[in-house]
Design a protein around this ligand. Structure first.
Ligand code: C2E
Ligand code: MG
Ligand code: MG
Ligand code: MG
Length: 302
């Protein structure tokens, strides 16, 4: 801020120059992050390392793990862990989200095969960005290649698409969703409740799951409105034969409300944080038939 203030003074001391100085710093940082992310994707040491972490989704009634969500992590050589909330927008802005998304698809399939080799039959959900969906042919080819290379059944993969992206009426996006569904992937609407979906539209989408946004889950114990919205979303989803997952469940109280409203699956720090692959397979084994009420589904074990 000091150097920004000094450059603002040099520029004549008006507030506008001060603001610009800050904007410049932000952009410079983004350019640096984009450069390092590109290096990470190329496997160059200066880029640090990319990894997927995995967070369980558990069946509300039985407590069994029903699958995991893959969440991208970046360990930067100087900055340490940089969160996806920071680097995903950078990747989107600097044309890196498609190669980054390709890396995620390949890595998730590689990991599914590695788990299968240790006797763990798993399902993985990956998050897709709108720019990936705008190139349907390339996206579908990526999935086909990765599935074939590792002999993974398409039903083992779910694509999470945020509500606003699913509602994107660009014809390429809608074609991409149809083609992913035809390929046999499951589609899930992420952060549901934050957008403005029309029910008629939702019915036409080839989706099988809705994820209730964390903001509603957070307020379940304190807000009658949040409870009413969640109840309505669950009933709507079930009327359309969709499964419902609640994201960001942190307390027993929230889980109890969701159980009472017949939410199908729960995900959140109450059960497990996102964790590296080796830790996830330990977690899955440890919770198999355990007294915590979390059991590992036999159908996921070969
Ligand atoms: P999302 O897909 O909605 O993922 C849920 C986020 O909530 C994750 O944050 C997860 O770590 C966090 N979370 C899970 N349970 C709890 C909880 O109980 N409490 C709280 N406070 N948070 C919880 P994360 O990993 O930082 O990811 C943030 C967002 O970045 C994701 O939101 C997703 O939109 C995006 N993202 C992550 N990985 C990828 C990726 O591979 N590709 C794309 N395109 N986007 C990604
Ligand atoms: Mg997600
Ligand atoms: Mg979400
Ligand atoms: Mg979210």
């Amino acid at each position: 801020a000091d150097s920004a203030a000094r450059s603002a003074k040099r520029a004549g001391g008006n507030g506008f120059a001060f603001f610009e100085a800050h904007m410049q710093a932000g952009v410079r940082e983004q350019v640096e992050l984009a450069r390092d992310l590109r290096a990470a994707l190329a496997g160059e040491p200066g880029g640090g390392t990319l990894a997927l972490h995995y967070q369980p989704k558990v069946a509300t009634e039985e407590g069994d793990i029903t699958g995991v969500e893959a969440l991208l992590r970046w360990q930067h050589p100087q900055r340490g862990a940089v969160g996806p909330g920071v680097f995903i927008p950078v990747a989107e802005r600097f044309g890196l989200i498609v190669p980054l998304g390709d890396w995620v698809i390949a890595e998730a399939c590689r990991q599914l095969a590695a788990w299968r080799d240790e006797g763990l039959q798993m399902r993985v959900a990956i998050n897709l960005s709108v720019q990936q969906l705008r190139q349907p042919d390339a996206l579908v080819r990526r999935f086909e290649e990765a599935l074939a290379r590792h002999a993974i059944a398409p039903g083992q993969l779910t694509c999470e698409i945020t509500e606003s992206v699913a509602m994107d009426d660009a014809s390429a996006t809608q074609r991409a969703l149809q083609r992913l569904a035809t390929l046999g992937l499951a589609l899930s609407i992420d952060d549901f409740g934050t957008g403005y979906s029309s029910l008629a539209y939702l019915r036409r989408l080839p989706v099988s799951q809705l994820k209730i946004d964390r903001s509603f889950v957070q307020d379940l114990e304190t807000s009658a409105d949040a409870r009413a919205i969640v109840k309505a979303v669950i009933e709507l989803a079930h009327a359309l034969s969709l499964q419902v997952v609640a994201e960001g469940v942190e307390t027993e109280g929230q889980a109890a409300v969701l159980r009472g409203k017949r939410c199908d699956k729960l995900q959140g720090f109450l059960f497990a944080r996102p964790m590296p692959a080796e830790e996830l397979s330990r977690w899955a084994r440890d919770h198999r038939g355990s007294a915590t009420g979390l059991r590992f589904s036999d159908s996921l074990y070969s």
